[in-house]
Design a protein around this ligand. Structure first.
Ligand code: F0G
Length: 455
C-alpha cells in the first residue's frame, strides 16, 4: 500500500477549541508576539515542540498504575534503569526530571570559566548550561549542515577535521566532547554511525570523554538504518546500542524518544563521575532512585522505551514528516531537506527575503502561521541565537521556523491543513513585516522576550 497509516487507533481524545483569525490577531498582539506567551487553549495545532507533548499508549497508562512511589529502591527505578540499559548500556543511570537537569549536573562538573565544549550543534538549553557555568560552547557541524538545500543524508555529522584541530588547539581547556542526535538546532538532521564512531575515536585520541545528547536516538537510528550503507537489515535496537556503545555517557530528555510527558537522565560509565553527579542530583533533583520523577513516571518511561524502537511507529513517524516536506517543496516553500526526524524546518530567511535577518524573518513567519491558521511553531534563528555572550547581536547561521510534531498526536488531516496554510501564505508572504525586540532577559531570550511589529 502507498499510504503509511498511523499504526494506532485513538482511545481518548482532547477537543481543540476553534478560534477565528480576528481573535488570533488580538491574542498574539496581547502576547506581544511571543508564541510562548500564548495560552495553549488558543492554539489549534500546537507544533511548538515535540517535547513532552506526545500521546502515551494504553500500556504506558497501565504502567502508571504499576508505579511504586517508595523514596528509595523503588522497583519502578529498576524497571526504568533496565529499560535504559537495554538500549544504552551505560553503567550508571541517573534519573532527572528532564534533559536540561542532566545537562546542568554534567556542566556543573565539566563547565566553568575557560572551559570549551564542542558539539555538532549544542541545543539551546545545553548551550545555556555551558555558558551559565562560564564555559564556551562551540558548534562544529559539517558545512552541509548549514545549507538548507544540501541533500547530504547525514547533515548532523560533526566535522571531524575541525574537531581534531579544536582539540589540538584547546587541549586542556576541553573537558569533554558532545554530540547531539539528531541535531535538533541544525534542522533535526541525523548523525551517521560512521560519524559517531569517528567522533568517539577523535575524542579518545585526545583523551577526552565523549557524551551523546541522545534526545532523538530512535529517530536517528531509523535514519542510519534507511540511509547508511550496510545498515538496512539491522534491527533498530542493535543500531541504537552501537551508537551508545561508542560513548562514555549521555544526557537525555525522555520527553522525546522515550514517549514521556516528563523525564530525563544522565548516564555515565565512570564511577567517580557518577558519584559526583549523584551528589549534585541529591542536592538539586532527588534521591538517585527517583531523580526528579515520580515512580509512575519512571514506569511510563520504561514502557515508552520499549515502544519507541518499534519500526512500524518509526516508519509512520518519518513518513509523516516527509509527506509535508514533499508538498511544501512542491509549493516552492524552502524547506530543510532531506526530511529530518521530528520536525519540518522552513528556511524563513530564504522565503521572506524582504525581511532582514536582524528583523527576524523566522518570527514573522511564525506569527503569520498563528494568525492565519492557529498553528503554533517555533523560530530557530536570530531570535534564539542572535544575542552573543559579549552582548552584541549577530544574525544566526540560519533563520528557520520549526514545526515540531508531538508523537502519535496529530493525524493526516492536520497535516493537510498545515499544507493548505502554506498555500495561502504563499500568496500573501510579501506583505509580512519584521519585528524588533522591545525587551529581553539576559539568557535564552526567546522564551520570554517581547516583540514590536515593524512597518
Ligand atoms: N537536547 C536537545 C537536543 C533537545 O532538543 C532538548 C529539548 C534538550 C536537550 C533539553 O531537554 O527539554 O527535557 O530539558 N528540546 C525541546 C525542543 C525543548 O523543543 O526541542 P529538556
Amino acid at each position: 500500500m502507498k499510504t503509511i497509516i498511523e499504526p494506532f487507533r485513538i482511545k481518548s481524545v482532547e477537543p481543540i477549541r476553534m478560534t477565528t483569525r480576528a481573535e488570533r490577531q488580538q491574542l498574539i498582539r496581547d502576547a506581544q508576539y511571543n508564541l510562548f506567551a500564548l495560552d495553549a487553549d488558543d492554539v489549534l495545532i500546537d507544533l511548538l515542540t515535540d517535547s513532552g507533548t506526545g500521546a502515551m499508549s494504553a500500556e504506558q497508562w497501565a504502567a502508571i498504575m504499576r508505579g511504586d512511589e517508595s523514596y528509595a529502591g523503588s522497583p519502578s527505578f529498576h524497571r526504568f534503569r533496565d529499560a535504559v540499559q537495554t538500549l544504552a548500556p551505560f553503567k550508571h543511570v541517573i534519573p532527572t526530571h528532564q534533559g536540561r537537569a542532566a545537562e546542568a549536573i554534567l556542566f556543573a562538573i565539566f563547565g566553568g570559566p575557560g572551559r570549551m565544549i564542542p558539539s555538532n550543534t549544542h541545543f539551546d538549553t545545553t548551550r545555556g548550561n555551558i555558558e551559565a557555568s562560564g564555559a564556551t560552547a562551540t558548534d562544529l557541524v559539517i558545512d552541509e549542515g548549514h545549507d538548507p538545500a544540501s541533500l547530504h543524508p547525514f547533515k548532523g555529522n560533526m566535522d571531524i577535521a575541525r574537531l581534531d584541530a579544536y582539540l589540538s588547539e584547546h587541549g586542556d581547556a576541553v573537558p569533554c566532547v558532545m554530540l547531539t542526535i539528531t541535531n535538533n538546532a541544525g534542522g533535526g538532521q541525523p548523525v551517521s554511525l560512521e560519524n559517531i564512531r569517528a567522533v568517539a575515536a577523535t575524542a579518545r585520541a585526545h583523551g577526552k570523554p565523549f557524551f551523546i545528547d541522545g534526545c532523538r536516538f530512535a529517530e536517528n537510528a531509523w535514519f542510519i538504518k534507511s540511509r547508511e550503507p550496510g545498515q538496512h537489515d539491522r534491527p533498530i535496537p542493535e543500531i541504537v546500542r552501537d551508537c551508545f556503545r561508542e560513548a562514555d555517557g549521555m544526557t537525555m530528555s525522555a520527553k522525546k524518544d522515550a514517549f514521556g510527558n516528563i523525564g530525563g537522565w544522565l548516564a555515565v560509565n565512570d564511577d567517580d563521575l557518577a558519584e559526583e553527579a549523584r551528589a549534585h542530583l541529591i542536592r538539586t533533583e532527588g534521591f538517585p532512585t527517583y531523580g526528579g520523577l515520580a515512580g509512575r513516571d519512571l514506569d511510563a518511561l520504561a514502557q515508552g522505551l520499549a515502544e519507541i524502537v518499534d519500526e512500524d511507529y518509526l516508519h509512520y513517524r518519518m513518513r509523516s514528516n516527509e509527506y509535508i516536506i514533499e508538498r511544501l517543496d512542491a509549493l516552492g516553500v524552502p524547506v530543510v531537506k532531506p526530511a529530518g526526524g521530528h520536525a519540518v524546518f522552513i528556511d524563513a530567511r530564504a522565503w521572506l527575503d524582504h525581511i532582514l535577518p536582524t528583523e527576524y524573518p523566522g518570527q514573522a513567519l511564525a506569527v503569520a502561521l498563528y494568525e492565519l491558521a492557529g498553528v503554533r511553531s517555533c523560530e530557530i534563528g536570530t531570535v534564539m541565537f542572535g544575542r552573543q555572550p559579549d552582548g552584541s547581536e549577530q544574525p544566526a547561521v540560519m533563520d528557520l521556523v520549526r514545526l515540531a510534531f508531538p508523537r502519535r498526536t496529530y493525524t493526516q488531516s492536520h497535516a493537510d491543513y498545515i499544507i493548505e496554510t502554506f498555500e495561502e501564505l504563499a500568496a500573501m508572504k510579501d506583505e509580512l513585516t519584521g519585528f524588533r525586540i522591545a525587551w529581553e532577559p539576559r539568557l535564552m531570550r526567546h522564551f520570554t522576550c517581547r516583540f514590536e511589529r515593524l512597518g
